[in-house]
Ligand binder design. Sequence first.
Ligand SMILES: NC(=O)c1ccc[n+]([C@@H]2O[C@H](COP(=O)([O-])OP(=O)(O)OC[C@H]3O[C@@H](n4cnc5c(N)ncnc54)[C@H](O)[C@@H]3O)[C@@H](O)[C@H]2O)c1
Length: 322
Amino acid sequence: MADLGFGSVIGQWNGAWLMTRFGIVGGGLMGHGIAVALARAGHDVAVYDVDPRTLATFHSRVGQALAQCGITGAQAERISAHVTTVPALNDVAREADVIVEAVPERLEAKHRVLAQLESAAAPATPIWTNTSVLSITRVAEGMVRPRRLAGVHWWNPPYLIPLVEVAPGARTEQRVVDDACELLTAMGKTIVRLRRDVPGFVGNRLQFALLREALHLLDQGVCDPATIDTVMRSSLGLRWASVGPMENADYIGLRLTRDILRNLAPHLSTDKEDFPSIDKLLGEGHQGRSSGTGLLTWPPGREAEVRQRLDEGIRRNLTTTP
Ligand SMILES: NC(=O)c1ccc[n+]([C@@H]2O[C@H](COP(=O)([O-])OP(=O)(O)OC[C@H]3O[C@@H](n4cnc5c(N)ncnc54)[C@H](O)[C@@H]3O)[C@@H](O)[C@H]2O)c1
């Protein structure tokens, strides 16, 4: 709204987006990745994290991320110089043109941080929440100026994955969403703009609908976890980077698509709370990669191998996908 002057602090000159000062709260996996993506685009980034150990490793993690992008030496130093860490949340809030919230996915944690940010930031400063699945309207509950909050959902690793999903909450100012979309588009990101707030945006709803069905297959004793990954990686994973499910539905024909849905839908999972195959593992203390066992086993070296395979696979797809 005009009274808040949204858009007055970030803007364009001669059609190009001006360098913007970003403040990021939460310097973990996503916070550091978003910092790298923004710094590569020439923006200045100040990062605050409540955990001093996270801040202490921040610059080395930025360096590693740049190396994954194939950027080293003087160029990496130039980009890293755009990123600073700061010792207090107020420093981020006061100086930033745009604030990115990237603290853990717990509503009360987000509410606490947003309250602190609002008491320190200028009234017009937009705030982008990187929530994965929380409703933006609920994240904005309790805010003095909920109009400044937009859902801006990056994908990991944010400096490689093109997509950013942008969604308004029920009270988000349109201009905040417009600016986010334009600024991110100018950075070369692929922006999808949701018409309304929905838990999980689009990507995570699709991803977790699929995961629910995969767990259902395990629970029914149809196959083991490694088989699920083989099926995905050798079929749908190859297809979906080139032809999405909507285009594919048209391509095979909507009549066949509907016939398949009518035959299959009654058999698909509708589980809402209990997921026996992971409930059991969690009950036994198995958390996946971090504990060494999960759906699969994680001997030493597997984590690094998966990370490298993931980054290389994404990079390969980016060079071949239009
Ligand atoms: N991990 C992913 O793949 C992914 C992808 C997209 C979105 N997200 C979302 O991004 C957000 C952050 O996730 P992450 O994976 O980076 O988590 P993370 O645990 O790696 O990082 C969160 C960071 O926030 C810090 N923190 C906690 N409370 C804080 C506070 N009060 N002030 C400042 N810092 C605080 C923690 O110390 C930690 O370093 C979550 O909402 C998550 O759902 C995650």
